[in-house]
Design a binder for this molecule. Structure first.
Ligand code: SAH
Length: 257
């Protein structure tokens, strides 16, 4: 497969385009030459022509830092998962969140919402949160370039779990917040239903939203608040998984079979 690049611009066959900075830099690093073929996708997945698939393109000029390409044939190639699975994750610290965003993108998550909870180790103030979100969005794009996804999962702004749940409680039952479709809480509490059982009772192909705790787990008050907002507790079995393992196990179990 030709090298794939994300270009967050409108793409149309037969046009010539200067690649956006990031894609141009990437092409420069690979030392591609005029005449070489690449694939481009804009990752918007908004249903507009050219937003769900990828375009063949040919490098026509390599400048000092700019790269021009001519856009060729469009292939509507759907590599999305059969159902939309949204993650709301109390961010694990260090590079574990980077890892989670990369793997969740590969495994097909529809969106990732980083939240801070009472016991979160990682606490981000506004400017650092913005930088982190930009960093995670870059990781999601790179993972899409690598794995062939043509739709970049949305990485939301950082919110506190309490604010996000409050916002949802005020929204209507059909709104996209706090969660889309059936809302499930990944929980170690007694009485949580096994994942397979809980999912079997949902509309086939319907969206699911999973809320996952941080390293220290959600507090009992947070779990109660999530349940009051419509989340049902589910278990992944008797082992305590790390904060980044649990959502990835869900994606693997539900999207990779
Ligand atoms: N020390 C914490 C462990 C938290 S594990 C405690 O004892 O509560 C981090 C998060 O991963 C949890 O909050 C939960 O959302 C999820 N998780 C881990 N193992 C799980 C399992 N077996 N079933 C469901 N969720 C799990």
């Amino acid at each position: 497969m030709s090298a794939r690049f994300h270009a967050d611009v409108a793409l149309a066959s037969g046009t010539t385009l200067g690649l956006p900075e990031q894609a141009a830099r990437h092409v420069q690093v690979l030392r591609l030459q005029p005449g070489e073929r690449i694939l481009l996708f804009n990752g918007r997945g908004d249903g507009r022509p050219g937003s769900e698939g990828e375009f063949e393109a040919t490098v026509t000029r390599m400048g000092r830092s700019e790269v021009d390409v001519t856009i060729g044939a469009y292939k509507a190639t759907a590599r999305e998962a059969a159902r939309a699975l949204h993650l709301v994750v109390a961010m694990p610290a260090n590079d574990r969140m980077d890892w989670l965003v990369e793997k969740a993108t590969e495994l097909g998550a529809a969106s990732i919402r980083p939240v801070m909870s009472e016991r979160s180790v990682l606490r981000l103030k506004a400017d650092r949160a913005d930088k982190k979100v930009a960093h995670w969005r870059g990781i999601a794009v790179a993972a899409c370039e690598q794995c062939g996804r043509n739709r970049v999962p949305l990485v939301h702004e950082v919110a506190t779990l309490a604010d996000w749940l409050k916002k949802g409680a005020a929204a209507s039952a059909t709104a996209d917040d706090p969660g889309a479709g059936t809302c499930l809480l990944l929980s170690l509490r007694d009485g949580s239903r096994p994942l397979g059982q809980a999912v079997a009772g949902t509309a086939p192909g319907g969206a699911l939203t999973f809320l996952n705790g941080p390293e220290g787990g959600l507090s009992p008050a947070e779990e109660a608040a999530a349940i009051a907002c419509g989340f049902s507790p589910v278990t992944l079995g008797p082992r305590v998984l790390r904060a980044e393992t649990a959502p990835l196990a869900v994606l693997a179990a539900l999207l990779c079979s």
